[in-house]
Design a protein around this ligand. Structure first.
Ligand code: PEP
Length: 264
């Protein structure tokens, strides 16, 4: 493994300002600086600012969970990528909860990805099929459509700085939480890189970071991180529990160290 493992904790709509502050304190106590692991926290929009003043930036970076594609204007209730650009390094885009509960379309996701890149925020683009789509054999078609539309407006230099998170909807804890088999995930990660390779060439396909997400915790994370081509994990529920999240980071660090020994 020649790059850091990326672990992203998506807190979703959980934790008010004081609860978030408490979790950050606990994470600071538990997590040391890891050379081989990049740790990203994705608090709510409300808590991003206070959390940004509390984190040790040698340990943690920040992500938003969503933002609006226009930079400014009369869009009541929205916060733009332009407003977030000095605050966060990443933004999760196209999470299945946004696609399912907030009717985000392929085009909405595409516009948000472009807005993120325009504002120098790395998009973490979530793609994943539902259980019904999987059962009907549509997985690859769904992933192809989600992926290729999301990145359609990016230039070949912009494409290098995106992250793809494969999150089968049926494996996300709030949508069923089935435990995905690492072998199945390996096939899909290869499929994702093949799609990128087809559009942007092999070099780009190798460079792009691809994460897995879906009920990952400190017990299962190693089996996913050991999949060739898997660069990290997007963690939902377990990121709210500092024992589990720091355990995930420890396991990631071990996987990184082992991979270094193997390369030597
Ligand atoms: C998610 O919602 O992105 C996610 C991976 O959630 P969980 O880890 O709880 O399944």
């Amino acid at each position: 493994m020649d790059r850091k493992i990326l672990i992203v904790g998506n807190w979703k709509m959980n934790l008010n300002v004081s609860q978030a502050s408490l979790l950050v304190q606990r994470l600071h106590e538990r997590i040391k600086i890891h050379r081989g692991v990049e740790i990203v926290l994705a608090p709510t929009m409300l808590t991003l600012q206070p959390v940004s003043t509390e984190i040790d930036r040698r340990k943690f970076r920040l992500s938003a969970q969503d933002a609006y594609s226009k930079d400014e204007g009369a869009y009541t209730g929205q916060v733009s990528f332009a407003m977030l650009r000095d605050l966060v390094s990443y933004c999760i885009i196209g999470h299945s909860e946004r696609r399912i509960y907030f009717n985000e379309t392929l085009d909405t996701v595409k516009e948000k990805v472009s807005a993120a890149v325009r504002n120098e925020i790395t998009p973490i683009i979530c793609i994943g099929e539902t259980k019904i789509e999987r059962q009907s054999g549509e997985t690859k078609q769904v992933l192809h459509d989600q992926l290729t539309t999301a990145i359609a407006d990016l230039t070949s230099s912009e494409i290098d700085n995106i992250v793809i998170a494969y999150e089968p909807v049926w494996a996300i804890s709030t949508f069923g939480g089935e435990i995905a088999k690492p072998n199945d995930i390996k096939d899909i990660i290869n499929f994702i890189r093949d799609q990128i390779s087809h559009l942007y060439g092999l070099g780009t396909a190798k460079r792009i970071r691809v994460l897995y997400g879906g009920s990952v915790d400190d017990n299962t994370v190693t089996s996913y991180l050991e999949i060739p081509g898997c660069d990290g994990a997007l963690v939902g529920g377990a990121s709210l529990n500092y024992h589990k999240f720091s355990g995930i980071v420890d396991k990631a660090s071990l996987v990184y160290q082992k991979s270094k020994i193997r390369i030597k």
